[in-house]
Design a protein around this ligand. Structure first.
Ligand code: SF4
Length: 589
């Protein structure tokens, strides 16, 4: 509960001399996070997007008490309270989520309808709608204020000056509010666990001068605005001091275009390695992240400015943590589709970008994943799509395989019709393409990215599905790891890969302690099976692997690949004199 002391806040009713009075109000605000998923920004757990942090920054500056609830907390019974409800959200890119589904239109309507105070909504939901549902006007009618520009700037004007002005934030406000709002992360359910902060470096795409790719919303923001390295470093410092240990520098159209030269003059801007070095070096001066990853990259910029791009790749390999992925926006390899949608790169440029990342990033890092690999996005339903498009895309991927190059992830999805109408040419062929990518490319690729027996460190258990536990490392596009048994949710552990699916791997906890492991854990160890697992449980405790070898018929080598006796569980059997809790000391006899 909040106390009356915390509820007092005053503002001027209007900035003009006409309203010279300050009015004291008692205001408490609830920030409701419906989660965002945009082309250049993610805020679905374990991610927290900058939007609620910006709103919290305004409230911190105005000294207005608030609380933060997510749609998942609301699903579990939490309810907004106070006088003002601020809703942010909008998943405009269709995603597959392991947990933490973004709020639906219906859920947001339910939240708002039940709230008695002033209701304000903003974010991508207002600007672009929700995936597959562009018209959200009936939802918006429930709200007192619908903000189409920056919600936090509107809130600042409304609560700070009493003038509800829908405007964009300034660059200075952007960083100021993000830094001030950092303490709110402590209210996120994943705080202290998997929480990863999505960090924005810029807004907009340098390709805005040509209108950008036909389907993309980023060019609609106009000329890109970049945040200086010092501002981003300051924000990360504040988040670090508030307990965030994982960061993704993901809020940009292309990491290689950060503070690049020629923005506003040409689409393929010249990268600025100095700015990126300053940024990444600076981050490590104020924090020691467990995870530091990035997101999007424009392969055309990389291929056209190879020298600068290689320098940036070296910076990324040196200053980011393993398991990092550069998501390359290819969208299509078909020249007809590329032309019809003003896409950014030609297939040979994408191939060169894939080679460049492979040249520097394939080495395996401390967490078991390659340090830096490319990911690839394909879109279905773009203009000009034809039967041959699927074949051409498939041939491109086969060529990547033939060249022995690694891709961490291939994302095939439908275009979201935010900037116009898009239609898949043939649902049958699209499905066939998706299946072929999974069967023929992804499964094989996964075997090279994480071969059998790879030990993956710091894998967090996230959800139970039947008798299985689904887990992931924290990071950008983390691999789904399935344990064929249940373990408690929300714990980090090391696992060893024992099988491959199309887009996930099966693994077992590593190492397994035969003296304490459950039956299901033991029987999942390759070579053990049900009968041997039962025998191990019947005959334990063991004091050496050779004892288990005699009991099961498995060689010590086979056993040691997965098992280890912890020092406490493998301590020598207690001597008769120490049994029954009585210990005789030498001197007492
Ligand atoms: S390159 Fe295309 S897809 Fe990428 S941000 Fe720019 S307009 Fe969007």
């Amino acid at each position: 509960m909040w106390s009356a002391d915390h509820l007092r806040f005053s503002f001027r009713l209007g900035a003009s001399p006409k309203y010279p009075y300050r009015v004291t109000l008692f205001v408490f605000v609830t920030i409701f996070d419906g989660y965002v998923d945009e082309p250049a920004l993610l805020g679905v757990p374990p991610y927290i997007s900058p939007y609620p942090r910006l709103i919290a920054g305004v409230l911190e500056e105005l000294e207005i008490p608030y609380e933060y609830i997510t749609v998942d907390m609301w699903r579990e019974g939490a309810r907004p309270r106070g006088d003002v409800l601020v809703v942010t959200g909008g998943a405009i890119v269709p995603g597959r989520y392991l947990r933490g589904m973004p709020a639906s239109v219906r859920e947001i309507a339910d939240v708002a309808s039940a709230f008695k105070g002033v209701k304000i909504i903003g974010g991508p939901l207002v600007r672009f709608g929700i995936t597959g549902r562009k018209d959200v006007s009936s939802l918006l009618r429930i709200f007192d204020h619908v903000v189409s520009r920056d919600l936090e700037a509107f809130l600042y004007e409304l609560l700070g000056n009493g003038t509800p002005e829908d405007r964009w934030r300034t660059g200075e406000e952007w960083s100021r509010w993000l830094t001030l709002g950092a303490p709110m992360v402590r209210g996120h359910p994943d705080h202290g666990g998997m929480l990863i902060a999505e960090i924005e470096t810029s807004r907009g795409c340098p390709r805005y001068i040509s209108g950008g790719c036909s389907f993309c919303t980023e060019p609609l923001y106009g000329k890109p605005v970049f945040r200086p390295p010092e501002d981003i470093i300051g924000e990360i410092k504040a988040l670090w001091e508030n307990g965030v240990r994982h960061f993704r520098i993901g809020g940009q159209s292309c990491i290689f275009s950060y503070m690049a030269h020629g923005v506003g003059e040409r689409e393929r801007v010249r990268p600025n390695p100095r700015a990126l070095r300053r940024l990444f070096q600076g981050i490590w001066k104020v924090a020691e992240p467990d995870v530091l990853h990035v997101d999007n990259a424009n392969p055309a910029v990389m291929a056209e400015h190879e020298r600068e791009a290689m320098e940036i790749l070296d910076i990324l390999v040196k200053y980011t943590t393993p398991g990092n992925v550069l998501a390359l926006g290819m969208e299509s390899a078909d020249p007809v589709v590329i032309e019809a949608n003003n896409l950014n790169a030609q297939p040979e440029e994408v191939m060169r970008a894939i080679e460049m990342v492979n040249e520097v990033g394939r080495e395996r890092g401390e967490n078991g994943m390659p340090r830096l690999l490319p990911g690839l996005n394909f879109l279905l339903g773009l203009r000009g799509e034809r039967r041959e498009t699927y074949t051409i895309n498939m041939e491109f991927l086969r060529d990547v395989m033939r060249r022995g190059l690694l891709l961490r992830r291939i994302n095939v999805r439908k275009v979201v019709p935010v900037r116009g109408e898009f239609r898949i040419k043939s649902t049958h062929l699209a499905r066939k393409f998706r299946d072929e990518v999974r069967r023929e490319i992804e499964r094989k690729m996964l075997r090279d990215v994480v071969p059998w027996g790879t030990v993956l460190r710091n894998v967090w258990s996230e959800v139970h599905v039947g008798g299985y536990t689904y887990c992931r490392q924290v990071g950008t596009y983390p691999l789904t790891v399935v344990l064929p048994y249940r373990v408690p949710i929300g714990i980090p552990m090391d696992v060893k890969v024992v099988a491959h699916g199309d887009r996930s791997v099966t693994a077992v906890r590593y190492p397994v302690d035969p003296n304490t492991a459950s039956l299901s854990e033991l029987k999942a160890v390759p070579g053990v099976g049900e009968k041997r697992a039962a025998r191990i449980i019947r005959m334990r405790p063991f004091h050496s692997l050779s004892e288990i070898s005699s009991a099961t018929g498995l060689s010590e080598e086979e056993l040691s690949a997965f098992m280890s006796l912890s020092s406490s569980s493998s301590a020598p059997p207690p001597s008769p004199s120490s049994r029954g809790g009585r210990v005789r000391s030498r001197t007492s006899s």
